[in-house]
Design a protein around this ligand. Structure first.
Ligand SMILES: [Zn+2]
Length: 139
């Protein structure tokens, strides 16, 4: 696919300086609109959705996430990285090309997510029956 920005990055001359690593299956790149210093993306080389990743692509992406997590922790020890994706959903800017965001974060994932659910003010354990009912709907 030629009109996908994520497909073009590894070969686009102007992006070479922000690429972290490229393999034949996946690549990592600094986000051009970083939310935090160190905000990067991990992306399969092939234009694909999450559900269509091959096992080798999934492994390559996982290896890069693990490696990048270690490198980000070394660079920003006060901000352990959080891994996000909304790919394959309408929330994604490019939903048809799966990608992860990996972002150093000075707050834990629960506090970070709580910012998106402002009606939740404190931790509240759900009732067992409620969780079982929803799990049953998801099965
Ligand atoms: Zn693509």
């Amino acid at each position: 696919m030629t009109d996908c920005a994520l497909c073009e990055i590894p070969s686009r001359e102007e992006d070479q300086g922000r690429i972290i690593r490229v393999t034949n299956l996946a690549y990592s790149v600094m986000n051009y609109e970083p939310l935090m210093e160190g905000h990067a993306l991990v992306i399969p080389r092939r234009h694909t959705r999450l559900g269509d990743l091959t096992l080798k692509e999934a492994c390559a992406i996982n290896e890069e996430l693990v490696s990048l997590t270690d490198r980000l922790l070394a660079l920003y020890p006060h901000a352990p990285p959080i891994i996000w994706t909304v790919s394959d959903t309408p929330h994604a800017s490019i939903p048809s090309h799966f990608h992860y965001h990996i972002i150093p974060s000075e707050v834990g994932v629960r506090n970070l997510m709580a910012n998106f659910y402002p009606h939740i003010s404190s931790r509240k354990r759900a009732e067992k029956e409620e969780l079982e009912q929803i799990a049953s709907k998801l099965r």
